[in-house]
Write a protein that binds this ligand. Structure first.
Ligand code: MN
Length: 318
């Protein structure tokens, strides 16, 4: 059962020192929601720290108020610990222990699977993002500055894929409309989150596009990059994460298959599709998994043979 915003605010009133954490491997929403909440509660006169793991460079554009720390002293025990954007306690990583030791705990989240693990919980699975919920909590309660507005905007933009995902609602857009009254550079935030890449990432994308092939009358596009090509561009697997969805954008394509050699003779297969093909079924055949429209698996063997087997599975659905 959810608590009300008023109940959460009462707990905040009772607390002076407040710790806030998002999930491990923080994304734009976790960073934006934690930072916005922390800055706003600081404006209320609270002693706030955000305990958060290291994150990707392209999220450094998000204002944090200098409140983020990676670790706290062993003696540190806040009055209140707020978990943000975490579906369960395990998502807090090593911070789960301190969370358990804290007197007051609050869980603010938008994942359907949320386990209501705190003493007070506010879970809205209809919300586009945790940032959207944080806005509702602080609106007409705690101060909102341009930096706070920017952090919430960043979180919403990230989790909605730039207002593309079906989680984007009229409420989301009403909040964004409110945020845009504040003076912050939304263009810069959007570009940093979605249109910034390392030099190596740009080069390996070029290699992947050069290696592009079409099969089944262009309904499927494929690309393979080798271990050697990856080494030449000096990239990590993280920097290959955009290739499959990019090539899925070739017009007339119903699914994409991108393969890269993780180590000699072992290939990671990453697939994207639209309604016609359920790539999670294909991935499951090879011991992988994921979602209907985005799935992956890892297979040992010879590249072209692996691709052939994958395509045979996809063909069954065409
Ligand atoms: Mn989120």
């Amino acid at each position: 059962m959810n608590n009300t915003f008023d109940e959460l605010r009462q707990t905040i009133e009772l607390s002076q020192s407040i710790a806030i954490s998002g999930h491990i491997s923080p994304d734009g929403d976790a960073i934006g929601a934690c930072s916005a909440l922390a800055m706003s509660l600081t404006e209320l006169g609270k002693d706030v720290v955000v305990i958060l793991d290291e994150y990707q460079e392209n999220f450094e554009i998000i204002p944090t108020g200098g409140l983020i720390v990676k670790n706290v002293d062993d003696e540190y025990l806040p009055d209140l610990y707020i978990a943000v954007d975490c579906g369960d306690k395990e998502r807090l990583g090593t911070k789960a222990k301190l969370f358990d030791e804290t007197l007051y705990t609050i869980n603010i989240d938008h994942h359907k699977s949320n386990t209501f693990f705190a003493k007070q919980n506010y879970v809205d699975s209809e919300a586009s993002s945790a940032s959207e919920i944080v806005f509702q909590l602080i609106y007409n309660y705690a101060p909102i500055t341009a930096d706070i507005a920017a952090a919430i905007y960043a979180g919403i933009v990230f989790d909605t894929g730039g207002f593309r995902h079906s989680s984007t609602s009229p409420v989301t857009m009403a909040i964004v409309s409110e945020l845009m009254e504040y003076d912050f550079n939304f263009t810069e935030i959007y570009n940093s989150i979605f249109h910034t890449r390392s030099f190596g990432e740009a080069r390996i994308m070029g290699v992947a596009l050069f290696n592009l092939k079409e099969v089944f009358d262009g309904r499927i596009v494929t690309s393979i990059v080798t271990d050697e090509e990856i080494k030449k561009c000096g990239v990590t697997s993280d920097e290959l994460s955009e290739v499959s969805s990019y090539i899925k954008g070739v017009s007339g394509t119903v699914a994409s298959v991108f393969m890269y050699e993780k180590k000699p003779g072992t290939f990671k297969v990453s697939m994207r599709s639209d309604d016609l093909v359920d790539v999670s079924q294909v991935a499951a055949k090879f011991g992988g998994g994921g979602h209907m429209r985005a799935s992956g698996c890892t297979i040992d063997g010879e590249a072209n043979k692996i691709l052939e087997n994958i395509l045979l599975e996809i063909e069954k659905q065409l």
